[in-house]
Design a protein around this ligand. Structure first.
Ligand code: BES
Ligand code: ZN
Ligand code: ZN
Length: 506
């Protein structure tokens, strides 16, 4: 879908549909809607007085113009009560409207910067929300389908402003929205791709492509180099599979300095069978998405580069399968990670923390000033927060707070969980420094406590997206399948780190 901006009179635009808003509590149409109402000989005022159009949040009314306007349809979308509107509500509603119109074979839409001027939403953030809603909500994964689609395709969406002066903020919002949404959809594609396609080598190839497209440096370490670096934990997980593991790094330099301001580390298990501690077969296919953290950090870094953010950032993705091959890791084995710490394996299914141990240790060794990791790490976070909130844990409250607000700006939800030495006690091993599983309870926390062993005192936050990386159904801008969660949150976080850093410098 192409998203454009234009100035002019929306009522005079020729399109499959023009989409305009109505707020709850309004008695009669005003502004553009009044003009449209007049052209439609009072059809809208009639629908209002008959109670069909109330302006309730999410109410969508489709009216055919039957030649009375250049556009074939007028779509009136209810935005609820003005003070309660938010950028995320706009995002969700635009997504739902676009899907409905696609179903009706509409291929071009004109709309306004929905919500602009209300509840603190400005032109730029409204345009961004409209763009994100449209691109995220109409996402489809059809790469492996040979049968024809049952729906049409929206080819064009134009955001129209009456006032020419608004074009600058609208374009800015549109551009930011497109970059955010395309990155999210890239992560969704990677997660939706089955494990026989999205292998560690394929993840590496995707990283190489992103590097070429957006001017990033890419490095792909092979088994031998992982060995030389002492990545015994990652190699331990990889040894059960014939697919070669890849240690992927992407480096974006947005300011003139050698330091790495922030390292984004993502779990890249392209399939998690559980290994020798094999998972039950029911629902195992879902584990093709166990690289959602890796996909998110890669996609986020591409957006950070496209936005020309003034920061030095890296994406680090340890990628491997977790399979029970004849040379697989076994419960009871002891591995040595990159920082020399020894790990007793209790369950080979707690593999995410093993590969992250080496990746976090690597980020730490490089001297990254801030580390954020994203992982589909534990079933336990799902028990605690279901598919609504992602869980955040870390060693720096300021960074956790920042991540939570970056998520809020993206319309994503993050809830902090506590860390405490008491949880650390639970992963002490009798035969090694630590073990990879604690006790039955508090699994998301003991997992984070395990990761903490590899970051030392570097400010670090861990985001567990095991509950939120997939959506069970179409809802708002989510569609069934990969959600692309964390991509927009990470971009917002890095933008915020960059802006406070530039203030520090002067
Ligand atoms: N990849 C899983 C976590 C997961 C569960 C992701 C559900 C998405 C949906 C992870 O590797 C895992 O298997 N964790 C185990 C750890 C346990 C053995 C300590 C878990 O949470 O059950
Ligand atoms: Zn596992
Ligand atoms: Zn896993």
């Amino acid at each position: 879908m192409e998203i454009k901006t234009a100035s002019g009179d929306i009522t005079q635009i020729k399109a499959g549909a023009i989409v305009v808003n109505f707020f709850e509590g309004m008695k009669r149409p005003d502004g553009d809607l009044a003009k449209i109402d007049k052209a439609l000989e009072g059809a809208i005022s009639q629908l209002i007085s008959q109670g069909e159009i109330k302006g309730k949040l999410g109410e969508i009314t489709v009216i055919h113009s039957l030649g009375k306007l250049p556009a074939h349809r007028v779509v009136v979308v209810g935005l609820g009560k003005p003070p309660q509107l938010s950028q995320d509500k706009v995002r969700r509603l635009v997504a739902e409207t676009c899907r409905l119109l696609r179903q009706k074979a509409v291929d071009s839409i004109a709309t306004v910067a929905q919500g602009a001027g209300v509840a603190g939403i400005n032109d730029e953030s409204a345009a961004q929300a409209v763009t994100e809603g449209a691109l995220l909500g109409t996402y489809l994964f059809r790469r492996h389908m040979t049968r024809e689609a049952e729906h049409g395709e929206i080819k064009e969406l134009i955001i129209v402003a009456a006032d020419k002066a608004k074009l600058v903020p609208l374009r800015r919002g549109c551009n930011q929205g497109r970059i955010m949404a395309e990155a999210t959809n890239l992560a969704r594609d990677m997660v939706n791709e089955p494990a026989n396609y999205m292998t560690p080598s394929q993840m590496a190839k995707t990283a190489r492509k992103l590097a070429t497209s957006y001017g990033l440096e890419v490095s792909l370490l092979e088994k031998k180099q992982m060995g030389e670096l002492g990545m015994g934990a990652l190699l331990g997980v990889a040894q059960g599979s014939r697919e070669p593991p890849k240690f992927i790094t992407l480096h974006y330099r947005g300011r003139n300095a050698t330091e790495i301001d922030v390292a984004l580390v993502g779990k890249g298990i392209t399939f998690d069978s559980g290994g020798i501690s094999i998972k039950p077969s029911k629902g195992m296919a879902e584990m093709k998405g166990d690289m959602a953290g890796g996909a998110a950090v890669m996609a986020a870094l591409s957006a950070i580069a496209r936005l020309k953010t003034k920061i030095n950032a890296m994406a680090i993705i340890p990628a491997t399968e977790n399979l029970p091959g004849d040379s697989a890791l076994k419960p009871g084995d002891i591995l040595t990670a990159i920082n020399g710490k020894t790990i007793e394996i209790i369950s080979t299914d707690a593999e995410g923390r093993l590969i992250l141990a080496d990746a976090l240790g690597y980020a730490k060794k490089l001297g990254a000033r801030t580390i954020v990791d994203v992982a589909t790490l534990t079933g336990s976070i799902r028990v605690a927060l279901a598919d609504i909130y992602s869980g955040a844990l870390g060693n720096n409250q300021g960074l956790i707070d920042r991540l939570v607000s970056a998520a809020a700006a993206a319309g994503e939800l993050i809830w902090p969980l506590p860390m405490h030495e008491g949880y650390g006690e639970k992963i002490k091993s009798d035969v090694a420094d630590i073990k990879n599983v604690g006790t039955q309870y508090g699994g998301a926390i003991t997992a984070a406590q395990f990761l903490a062993e590899f970051v030392g005192d570097t400010p670090w936050v861990h985001l567990d997206i095991a509950g939120t990386s997939l959506s069970e159904k179409e809802q708002g801008y989510l569609v069934k399948g990969a959600s692309g969660v964390a991509v927009r949150t990470l971009v917002n976080l890095v933008l915020s780190l960059a802006s406070s850093q530039s203030q520090e410098v002067g």
